[in-house]
Design a protein around this ligand. Sequence first.
Ligand code: FPP
Length: 241
Amino acid sequence: MEDHHQPVHIAIIMDGNGRWASDRGLPRVQGHERGAESVREVTRDCARRGLGHLTLYAFSSENWRRPREETEMLMGLLEHYLVSERKEIMENQVQFSGIGRLNELPERVQKELNKTTEMSRSNTGLHLRLALNYGSRGEIRDAVVRLARQLSEGKLQEDDVTEESVRDFLYDPGMPDPDLLIRTAGEYRLSNFLLWQASYAEIWVTPTLWPDFGKEDLDEAIRAYSSRERRYGGIAPRSSP
Ligand code: FPP
């Protein structure tokens, strides 16, 4: 049965910048720079399609294990992006924010992050979230600690703790669950991304490396999503009696 629903929230695990560069005998930095261009193209396209939410996994809490040279370069690129894309963000009415342990990012990145977030707060279009220094187990751990504190202080009763109220303790309670989760560069892993939120997400994996990912790939992913049927653990409605 064809069901032409559109996703409201798309989340993307952007992978393959390094492979894109090494395939061309280029330094990894150039892969990340091209990756930043894909971020711009995909965000622009999502804003124009009228998508509600786009969440991009830009830097995981595990990415600190990379050589210092590379993490510093990624932080520098991020800082640059946060300044250079402000105009585009404002023109496209994008509401920008970050999720993750943002207070552990370098001061300079935090400063630009806060500025872009504040500036775009009352925009009315696409919500673009960058997952930065983000790890889903860390997010759930942080939520559990805050929830436990409220229980022990008597501000919350055990019966009040529901699956919906757990969401209030996640980094961004206003973020709906992703409908479609895309991973580039062919790996079938969640890599500690949105484990709570992606419980019912449709997953689409493409061999395309992130720097090569564009509008057409997004179209293909959305078409595949629209033709799938989501049952949320139930059974499919019968098309004829
Ligand atoms: C994966 O490539 C990608 C990342 C480490 C994060 C994504 C970063 C960008 C798109 C660049 C800058 C982002 C912004 C928002 C300006 P990889 O290095 O893991 O690739 P590999 O697995 O092929 O080595």
